[in-house]
Design a protein around this ligand. Structure first.
Ligand code: AHR
Length: 626
């Protein structure tokens, strides 16, 4: 089988320069226990039974904590807490020193030999002062790997800390706190962070996971979800203001994916992370309604934020823009500066709504927010939603609402089989160019049983070539979900699996990096001729040629979903200014493989370039400008 490809620069068109981005949601322990580098689980003693799906009495303030030893007992107290937002703390009564309070982290605590770990806590000791405590990192197999003594020299609540340096690399440690004298000792916000967080940010991210994300070269990061953004009830709507400021003043909440959301990774950290990886921040705020306008509680009525509260809700969104972009003299800009970032975060996009049922309840609230933002912040591009996920080619009610209001960009979602992606590559070819532009905010090809493998990855690659072709209308796209911690997945498949020590990018992850690293902003239609013209053959080949205006590089992407190799002849004669060598990356292997990586080689790039596309493969050839 052979294919000839002749790019036609004369018909080139500009396309979005921010097509590939990421969707970040705290699902599958993506934030707490994942990207957020905190190693102590339930550090604030605020876990509650309702946090756990189906409600679990063990999920209380003592979750992940235990005492050991005769002379020590633990009580959870709420009298005179460290502040009004953080009501519960641990009260230790020590009759006889020797006992400990310990925390088992998220599936144990993994430590590296000679690494630095910052241990901090709020402590309040009764009785004789000073009071000493010993803090230890103890491996189940190797015993104590680090320890230090901290002297509490005052009796009121105060933050204390030390740096611990393990003498061994272990994956099974716990944090032990051992009071060295009798009496009462109150503890809260007990925290352990690796000192080498991503870009060394305090309260920062796990470096290995952050590196894997940055390596996609995402042009934007959408946060904090997904469903997490709009919650599953009015009281579960994500409120960004609860997630900024000193961590001990943040308000944690039930994560609708069935666990606890500490808010340690909050909006400030999201903005900082976007800046650190060179991606545009795309916060998504509920459109005044929770998931599918879900029940407000016992009455079973669907609902949204009461009209009387909508102005305050809209003000919160204006305040978000001020937090991100306002001068340090403004109320919210000042808070950003106090958090360590006087420079603005350069926010340009705000998403309003996520997969909401397009009801009157939704429409009236969305309209209020949209119109208010257009007035107060015309510089912000609002991304609307087209409603629950829908893969039909009829563009549903959500588009009508967006059309009426002239919403510039709408967010649509679909999770479908590889076959669906193969058969629907033309979805945007005849899309009405006068309608809202599209942000494909969540998508993934799912093999039976929620699997991801080379087959799904190639279906995504093929589809992405069609998104580049339609990059004048499809402005952004993000695979979902991004992260999943092994043994804590509520959703499969995901792009990157991980545990406490390993990052396991899937084959689909490499498709995203191949597109992210080889984005272009000019699309070149090509004359493509296949030796076999059967539709079933044609639709299994995806070709996209783009140019990066800044570098002048030309990039050719070729997805071959056929079970046979294809000989490709690429006519580069219309690009006189290209180098004679190129970089070729090929992703191929067994269709069922979940964890494949592309191979990269240097090739000669004559004006008549011939290449073999292996059966079931995705090939990217990047030819630099001379
Ligand atoms: O990506 C997982 C979930 O899928 C998102 O939270 C939600 O928006 C969608 O239904």
């Amino acid at each position: 089988l052979s294919i000839s490809i002749k790019p036609l620069p004369a018909t080139a068109k500009p396309i979005s320069d921010m097509l590939i981005g990421i969707f970040f949601e705290d699902i599958n322990y993506a934030a707490d226990g994942g990207l957020y580098a905190e190693m102590i689980q339930n550090r604030d003693f605020e876990y509650a039974p309702a946090d756990k799906s189906g409600r679990d009495a063990n999920w209380n303030s003592t979750y992940a904590w235990k005492v050991q030893g005769d002379g020590i007992s633990l009580k959870i107290d709420s009298v005179a807490p460290i502040n009004a937002y953080n009501q519960h703390y641990a009260q230790l009564s020590v009759n006889k020193p020797g006992g400990v309070l310990y925390n088992t982290g998220y599936d144990g605590i993994a430590l590296k030999k000679d690494g630095k770990y910052n241990f901090t806590f709020f402590g309040k000791a009764d009785g004789a002062s000073p009071r000493k405590i010993k803090v230890k990192l103890v491996s189940a197999k190797q015993g104590v790997v680090a320890e230090a003594v901290i002297k509490l020299t005052s009796t009121g609540w105060k933050k204390w800390g030390t740096t611990l340096v393990p003498a061994a690399t272990v994956t099974d440690a716990a944090l032990y706190i051992e009071p060295l004298s009798s009496g009462k000792l109150a503890l809260d916000m007990v925290s352990l962070f690796p000192a080498n967080t991503y870009k060394n940010r305090p309260n920062g991210m796990r470096t290995d996971l952050a590196d894997a994300i940055a390596d996609i070269h995402p042009r934007f990061v959408r946060f904090p979800g997904g469903c997490v953004a709009h919650g599953d009830g009015l009281d579960n709507i994500y409120r960004w203001k609860n997630t900024i400021g000193p961590v001990e003043t943040r308000i944690p909440q039930r994560n609708l994916w069935g666990y606890h959301q500490s808010a340690g990774l909050g909006f400030h950290e999201y903005f900082q992370f976007c800046e650190d990886i060179g991606a545009a921040p795309v916060p998504v705020i509920a459109a005044g309604v929770p998931c599918q306008n879900s029940s407000t509680g016992g009455d079973g009525q669907q609902g949204g934020i009461p009209m009387a509260d909508m102005q305050a809700y809209i003000q919160d969104i204006n305040d978000l823009v001020e937090y991100a972009n306002g001068a340090v003299t403004t109320t919210w800009g000042k808070k950003r500066a106090q958090a360590g970032h006087p420079k603005p975060f350069n926010l340009k996009y705000v998403g309003i709504g996520n997969e909401d049922l397009i009801s009157d309840i939704f429409e009236v609230r969305f309209k209020m927010i949209f119109n208010a933002l257009a007035k107060s912040h015309p510089e912000i591009t609002v991304i609307g939603t087209v409603g629950p996920f829908h893969s039909g080619t009829d563009f549903v009610e959500g588009w009508d609402v967006a059309g009426k209001l002239k919403v510039p960009v709408v967010d649509e979602h679909y999770y479908e089989s590889p076959g669906w992606f193969i058969n629907n590559q033309s979805r945007y070819d005849s899309y009405d160019r006068t309608k809202s532009k599209v942000y494909l905010g969540e998508y993934a090809a799912h093999a039976p049983g929620g699997q991801t493998n080379l087959e799904t990855a190639l279906a995504e690659a093929l589809y992405l070539t069609s998104l580049e072709r339609n990059g004048d209308v499809v402005k952004m796209a993000s695979y979902a979900p991004l992260l999943a911690k092994e043994n804590h997945t509520q959703w499969n498949p995901d792009m990157i699996y991980f545990n406490n020590t390993e990052v396991k990018p899937t084959t689909g992850y490499y498709v995203q990096t191949m597109f992210g690293k080889n984005a272009g902003d000019i699309y070149m239609p090509s004359a493509v001729t296949l030796s076999d013209t059967a539709t079933s053959v044609k639709k299994r080949i995806g070709i996209s040629v783009v140019k990066d205006k800044q570098t002048g590089d030309v990039i050719i992407k070729m997805a071959n979903l056929l079970p046979v190799e294809v000989n490709a002849g690429i006519d580069l004669s219309s690009f006189p200014a290209l180098s004679a060598t190129a970089t070729k990356s090929v992703l191929t292997g067994n269709l069922a493989d979940k964890f494949l990586k592309p191979g990269t080689t240097q090739i000669k790039a004559p004006k008549q370039l011939t290449q073999t596309l292996p059966a079931y493969s995705f090939t990217v050839i990047r030819i630099p400008a001379k």
